[in-house]
Design a protein around this ligand. Structure first.
Ligand code: DX5
Ligand code: ZN
Length: 226
């Protein structure tokens, strides 16, 4: 299948992790009119070998933007903090199956706050882990890098995982968006989109550009059928 043969419009979610932390208000302003969502990566130095920021930063940023806060929790025991993230303005909260022994309960806990419930898994975790929860989730995230850092290369095996998940979701008759996160560039974006991605997270490709708005347009254009 040609990478440009998929007619579904793709949404772009810039990841704040790659922004200049000394000028976050300007970073938000630079994407406000072009981005579809704002991806916020929360890292605890335990589940992943890096720290980022917490819900107090989200609360501080919330009045500065109208963008949907798409929060990716890479933390142990995420159920302890879901209400805090929701109160800070998170509108989608995604948890890793590896961190949730009671994933069904955790997804219900997210929905009870009014946020959309997302579920994700590491590149080394079997897609079968999602089977029991597809009908309980509002969004599924496929990691195309091992989580913990921005600026990594897209793992080619992610493409087959996106495609297999798309087939599974379609076979179940669900309308679950698939988000893809890690190593998204104008080269990999059309590959992920053609495989069935609806939302592409992009950190370095957006905030590493001198013109983040133009970078978002370039990612979207790369995925557009010719
Ligand atoms: C990785 C994060 C990603 C990261 C993407 O653990 O979940 O969201 O910020 O960054 P890039 O687009 O630079 O790979
Ligand atoms: Zn992320």
């Amino acid at each position: 299948m040609s990478p440009k043969s998929d007619p579904r419009p793709v949404r772009i979610a810039p990841s704040l992790l790659a922004a200049d932390f000394t000028h976050l208000a300007q970073s938000l302003a630079s994407i406000e009119s072009e981005a579809d969502l704002l991806h916020l990566d929360i890292m605890d130095g335990q589940f992943v070998p890096n720290f980022s920021f917490g819900f107090s930063l989200l609360a501080a940023l919330r009045p500065l933007t109208r963008l949907h806060f798409d929060v990716h929790l890479m933390i142990r025991e995420p159920e302890r903090y879901i209400e805090d993230f929701a109160a800070a303005g998170a509108q989608t909260i995604t948890v890793h199956v590896e961190t949730c022994p009671h994933i069904c309960r955790t997804l219900e806990q997210i929905r009870a706050t009014g946020a959309r419930a997302g579920v994700t898994l590491n590149p080394g975790t079997s897609l079968a882990q999602l089977d029991a929860v597809l009908e309980l989730a509002d969004q599924v995230l496929i990691m195309s890098v091992n989580p913990g850092f921005g600026g990594q290369h897209y793992l080619p095996a992610a493409t087959g995982r996106i495609r297999r998940l798309r087939e599974r979701i379609d076979a179940l008759g669900l309308s679950l968006p698939i988000e893809v996160d890690g190593g998204i560039t104008t080269g990999t974006a059309p590959i992920a989109a053609a495989a069935g991605a609806d939302i592409l997270v992009a950190g370095s490709a957006v905030f590493g550009s001198p013109d983040p708005g133009a970078a978002i347009r370039a990612l979207r254009a790369a995925c557009r059928p010719s």
